[in-house]
Design a protein around this ligand. Structure first.
Ligand SMILES: [Zn+2]
Length: 389
């Protein structure tokens, strides 16, 4: 598979538990969320064990870790609903070890929209922190004495958790919410969306490096007992650096695709070969020199396409009997997705979804050409290089 970056590649490539819908938004639970729940429950049990029986401490830790997941979900749901309110397409929310990810398609949004969508998550975490803080403070007055203590303690921890979540997320480095806020503000100030993004991505990568450095320093000063903290910090740092780089690639791709149409990328028409051509008699040299794609013709009609690699492989493998014809190897035209010359490049890239390597180009109902995924990746790389000059 060529390295054509796709819009949908943002989707987590991990195993998820069966999804559910909440307020019309699909919620997916990545299996790694179980690790988060286990870690939080373990830490909470240790914390509550000091003042309570083991059983009470376990119940408190269980309730606390479920509330951690629910408040994380509230934060992400805030992003998702604000985005939908502003006309963006929301793909869904994935909850995972590092918290949550909300996927949305935001090609036409303004800097104001971006600012609102980014800021609402930390805002909800702050509201959660305030609610739990109040509950913790007034539990003694409002609740029977038997439950007031444990409720106040769990609420107190949740209050701090949400406060830390809000503050950490507001650190101005992409892909944290604070990075998106920074990007939106820079975009408003400079009017240059891509430059604003580049700055916020660099800030995010710097933050990742700082996290890793703090992790290493913790290990040096704290000894082996600190190794869990070190691992958590280093993992978060690596995650941030990688996520920031992905975000930059995605945005640069979008900048290249913006305003361009299929016709701007159209490669040379594929080399024609007759459908009756016996595979055994293929002129290998002609195939090698003939480009990525070959058009298969029946008389004068285009009936299918075949990729060069498939052709060359066919000459060697034992799977083709000596009398096999090219028609058997070709992908029939109606199995190949189509775009028109005037479609935009997002549509073209989306057409490769579902493991298609070839897309044909149609004008007034007639197929006039076809492009491979690799050709598109090369063409986009060329556009990028030209754009940087
Ligand atoms: Zn957020």
């Amino acid at each position: 598979m060529a390295d054509l970056p796709r819009r949908y590649r943002l989707r987590m490539q991990t195993r998820t538990l069966p999804g559910r819908r909440l307020a019309g938004v699909e919620i997916r639970l990545d299996l790694s969320i179980l690790v988060l729940v286990a870690l939080v429950a373990w830490a909470f049990t240790g914390l509550f064990r000091a003042d309570h029986d083991l059983l009470v401490a376990l119940v408190m830790a269980g309730v606390g870790s479920v509330l951690v997941v629910l408040t994380t979900l509230a934060h992400e749901l805030g992003h998702a609903l604000e985005a939908r309110f502003r006309g963006m397409q929301v793909e869904g929310i994935t909850l995972l070890l590092f918290g949550g990810v909300t996927e949305l398609h935001a090609e036409d949004q303004s800097a104001r929209d971006e600012l609102a969508v980014a800021a609402v998550g930390p805002w909800i975490s702050l509201v959660c922190a305030a609610v739990f803080g109040l509950l913790s403070t007034f539990a003694d007055d409002a609740l029977p004495a038997a439950v007031a203590g444990p409720v106040a303690q769990v609420a107190g921890v949740l209050g701090w958790w949400n406060l830390i979540l809000a503050v950490f997320n507001l650190v101005p480095g992409a892909p944290l919410d604070g990075g998106r806020v920074l990007r939106a503000l820079l975009w408003m100030l400079t009017g240059d969306r891509l430059r604003a993004l580049r700055i916020s991505v660099r800030a995010g990568q710097l933050l990742g490096v700082v996290l890793i450095a703090v992790g290493v320093a913790t290990l040096v000063r704290g000894g082996p007992q600190a190794s869990l903290v070190t691992a958590a910090l280093a993992l978060s740092g690596v995650f941030l650096i990688r996520a920031a780089a992905t975000e930059l690639r995605q945005a640069e791709l979008n900048a290249v695709l913006e305003g361009r149409r299929v016709v701007d990328l159209l490669a040379l028409p594929p080399v024609p070969l007759p459908a009756e051509q016996p595979l055994a008699e293929l002129d290998r040299e002609r195939v090698v020199n003939g480009g990525d794609l070959h058009a298969v013709h029946q008389d004068t009609d285009l009936v299918g396409v075949v990729e060069r690699d498939a052709l060359l492989g066919a000459g060697e493998g034992p799977q083709w009997p000596p009398d096999a014809r090219l028609a058997e190897l070709a992908e029939p035209l109606d199995a190949v997705p189509e775009v028109t010359l005037t479609d935009d490049l997002h549509t073209l890239i989306d057409a490769f979804q579902g493991d298609h390597h070839v897309v044909r180009i149609v004008r007034e109902g007639r197929t006039i050409g076809a492009v491979t995924e690799r050709e598109i990746a090369r063409a986009i790389a060329r556009l990028r290089r030209d754009g940087k000059r």
